[in-house]
Ligand binder design. Structure first.
Ligand code: ABT
Ligand code: MG
Length: 147
């Protein structure tokens, strides 16, 4: 079953949106495979956002993602990588449709509430970066046949 890495960013944690965000993915029908509240180190932030190293906003991005605790999660389900990105909405909340997480709760591109892996390769890389094998649980849900 496909897995993705999702993370409530420091703005989402500060604004008490962890529960709301978890609820959306639960109600959709995906399964939580792992989760933890954590403080990201500078080293982990630079590694996670490595693809943006040369971009002008890289410094601010690292400062923001390390500015307070984040809620890191692994979610499992059919097409969960692309579907979660749709549920999050466009990167810039100004372009994100109403009904998406960023469309409903965020205003600025630099504080857009949630991160989600953008491809199977990113998902594999990011899950390994944030979680140990023993922190993840794979299990059968009896409700699965109804989804
Ligand atoms: P992430 O889930 O944070 O990776 O966002 P997403 O994949 O939707 O968008 P990308 B392109 O990966 O942006 C990464 C972070 O960089 C911020 N950003 C992006 C800016 O601040 N200015 C910009 O012009 C662009 C393109 C938004 C993303 N994170 N935050 N916070
Ligand atoms: Mg990204």
């Amino acid at each position: 079953m496909e897995k993705t890495f999702l993370m409530v960013k420091p703005d989402g944690v500060q604004r008490n949106l962890i529960g709301e965000i978890v609820t959306r993915f639960e109600k959709k029908g995906f399964s939580l495979a792992g989760a933890k509240l954590m403080q990201i180190s500078d080293e982990l932030a630079q590694n996670h956002y490595g693809e943006h190293k040369e971009r002008p906003f890289f410094g601010e991005l690292v400062d923001f993602i390390t500015s307070g605790p984040v809620f890191a999660m692994v979610w499992e389900g059919e097409n969960v990588i692309a579907t979660a990105r749709n549920m999050m909405g466009k990167t810039n909340p100004a372009d994100a449709a109403s009904g998406t997480i960023r469309g409903d709760y965020a205003v600025q591109v630099g504080q857009n509430i949630i991160h989600g892996s953008d491809s199977p390769e990113s998902a594999e890389r990011e899950i390994a970066l944030f979680f140990n094998e023993e922190e993840l649980v794979s299990y059968e849900k009896t409700i699965s046949k109804w989804i």
